[in-house]
Design a protein around this ligand. Structure first.
Ligand SMILES: Nc1ncnc2c1ncn2[C@@H]1O[C@H](COP(=O)(O)OP(=O)(O)OP(=O)(O)O)[C@@H](O)[C@H]1O
Ligand SMILES: Nc1ncnc2c1ncn2[C@@H]1O[C@H](COP(=O)(O)OP(=O)(O)OP(=O)(O)O)[C@@H](O)[C@H]1O
Length: 558
């Protein structure tokens, strides 16, 4: 029996600038009870749009949906939409909307809200109700392997840990239909396997039906009973998982050759770097310790390692966003400049302009157009030392404080907010300082060429960030960084959200840029094959230390 029927679904997005996108065009399918139905498709094909409609959070233009016996049409009333919402839970692509308290409280709020319909409240801490709630929430954390992080602030979790917390929050609803949208893109292979087992167990235990959107053929092969292939808003194939994934993958462009590393001149030298994090009780949560690492000019360095071992922390130290407790971080520019990024001041600020970073949570400003986003980032990269001096004098702040404030601009929005809250700084004050930095002009022709090479739509500059699909966002974020022609580009898990065909296009382009401009790259990824194809050397990080180094050949044969 089917729990979900979708008939002739059509969805048009009306863009802020007056244009429109036909995102779904006559989609029909059924989901059986206890079935895991996979959906695969290239970036921008309509997968997330479909999931949001089924969740009852996005209106649609034409068609009919029957979900758990409830008829849902474009003119549905609020009561019907609530019924649809009660039956489904969604795990959205990289949207980490957590409460700013601990991991376990984030799950407890979800469980409690099943009764109260209000996630803002929790029962008083010294009651039986609170204890029971805690016990229940802990079970969900156990399912996703996060009990050891129960007491940590949710916004400080690593990317993979956040994805698992999201999954725990969805499981807590015990939905009839679980909608998973790219659920494990940031998980290490080992955590992925564990989560796959959890999902299978849930299906058996609670009889949940699952719609699984993923661009990872392997995930479908290990989970899905049946597969739909969606392209330009239409289902173009339906049926056997293996057959469809192999046909989908046949569109892959060949791997571009790796440009040779010409010389061994350092661009980065980390000497004995240690960075520690403490809990508010002052107990140590985590550290990366005694890191010695040299990165060479023109090198593409890969970073691999299980979830939560300090890869992102290391990348942030490299970018000068996190200041280590010990050690030095020397960056050598092409024109002979050098600065220790651990020292705050204009010299560091100028040199850091040569570093680009694409975060795992590449939060693009929500309402801004792509053009505004690029300009907004560029002005930080083109500021002169005189301008820094002028702003510091005008606002009467010290050189080191201005550099610190500029570093905050490089942080992903969520971590910046956490940090500002800790320091009791109002975000508005920060924005007032940023507003002092002069605007820049954009060479649109050059930027458009990068967009073209990344396979993005022509009208992209006018689009607002919420008008982009997940894979489009990541490519835009990459183009934003490339626009400033960095000497070192740090990419934290850039490929996780891209389908394999788009991912190959992007990694080939990065090699082309490396060959043409001599840009050094530091790429964090869980994808061994991709690292082996794209890098000169790979380092393995475990428990906050560099465990070993591999050549691409060694990594493949591991
Ligand atoms: N600001 C912070 N405060 C407290 N702990 C933190 C902070 N930032 C990171 N951590 C902790 O440091 C550890 C390493 O995190 P990091 O993000 O570097 O992991 P990762 O190796 O990149 O993992 P993943 O592959 O899951 O992204 C995690 O346990 C995380 O919870
Ligand atoms: N809010 C929006 N407003 C306008 N256009 C949108 C909006 N959201 C998505 N689109 C467009 O609709 C199309 C489908 O987007 P959707 O997010 O469903 O794709 P997807 O298959 O999930 O892609 P990805 O794998 O990149 O996440 C894309 O062309 C995208 O640019």
């Amino acid at each position: 029996m089917s729990i979900l029927e979708v008939h002739n679904l059509k969805k048009i997005y009306h863009l802020a600038d007056g244009g429109m996108t036909l995102a779904l065009d006559g989609v029909s399918f059924e989901l059986e009870e206890k079935e895991i139905l996979g959906i695969i498709g290239k970036s921008g094909s309509g997968k997330t749009t479909l999931m949001m409609i089924l969740r009852g959070v996005l209106p649609f233009d034409e068609g009919r949906i029957v979900i758990g016996g409830v008829e849902y049409t474009p003119d549905a009333d609020m009561e019907t939409i609530r019924a649809v919402k009660d039956m489904t839970a969604i795990h959205l692509q990289r949207s980490f909307a957590f409460w700013s308290d601990t991991t376990i409280e984030n799950v407890m709020r979800r469980v409690y809200a099943l009764k109260t319909h209000d996630e803002t409240i929790l029962p008083p801490e010294d009651t039986m109700e609170y204890e029971e709630l805690r016990e229940k929430a802990m079970k969900y954390l156990e399912m996703v392997g996060l009990t050891h992080k129960a007491e940590q602030a949710a916004h400080t979790l690593s990317g993979g840990e956040k994805q698992r917390l999201l999954l725990a929050r969805q499981l807590a609803i015990e939905p009839k239909i679980l909608l998973l949208d790219e659920p494990l893109t940031m998980a290490s292979p080992e955590k992925k396997r564990e989560a796959i087992e959890t999902i299978k167990r849930l299906r058996e235990k609670y009889g949940i039906s699952i719609l699984l959107v993923s661009h990872m053929p392997k995930l479908h092969e290990s989970l899905a009973d049946r597969l739909l292939w969606i392209d330009s808003g239409r289902i173009i194939k339906e049926g056997d998982v293996k057959e469809i994934t192999s046909e989908f993958m046949s569109g892959l462009e060949p791997v571009a050759p790796l440009p040779p590393l010409k010389e061994r001149k350092p661009i980065f030298k980390l000497n004995n770097v240690t960075k520690r994090y403490y809990h508010y009780t002052l107990s140590k949560i985590f550290e990366i310790s005694n890191i010695d690492l040299t990165i060479y000019k023109g090198e593409i360095l890969g970073i691999i390692g299980p979830s939560g071992v300090g890869k992102t922390v290391l990348m942030r130290v490299l970018a000068g966003i996190e200041l280590p407790n010990e050690g030095s971080v020397l960056f050598y520019t092409k024109d002979g400049g050098v600065a220790d990024l651990t020292k705050l001041g204009f010299a560091s600020a100028m040199i850091r302009q040569k570093i680009g970073i694409l975060h795992q949570e590449f939060g693009l400003t929500h309402h801004a157009t792509v053009e505004e986003i690029i300009k907004g980032r560029r002005k930080f990269k083109e500021m002169t030392e005189e301008e820094m001096r002028r702003i510091a004098e005008k606002l009467d702040i010290r050189e080191s404080l201005l550099d610190f404030v500029l570093r905050l601009a490089d942080m992903p929005a969520a971590s910046r907010k956490g940090m500002l809250d800790e320091l009791e700084i109002d975000e508005e004050e920060l924005l007032d300082i940023y507003a002092e930095i002069p605007q820049v002009q954009l060479d649109k022709k050059e930027v458009m060429e990068t967009f073209r090479l990344l396979g993005l739509p022509k009208d992209i500059l006018k689009r607002r960030s919420y008008e982009l699909s997940g894979g489009e966002k990541i490519r835009v974020a990459l183009a934003v960084e490339l626009a400033s022609k960095p000497e070192l580009l740090i990419l934290d898990e850039p490929f996780g959200d891209l389908d394999p065909l788009t991912s190959r296009k992007v990694s080939n382009l990065l090699k082309e840029i490396n060959a043409k401009l001599g840009t050094s790259l530091c790429v964090v990824s869980h994808d061994r094959e991709l690292l082996a194809d794209t890098t000169h050397r790979i380092i393995l990080i475990k428990d906050g230390v560099i465990k070993r180094e591999f050549s691409p050949e060694e990594l493949v044969n591991l």
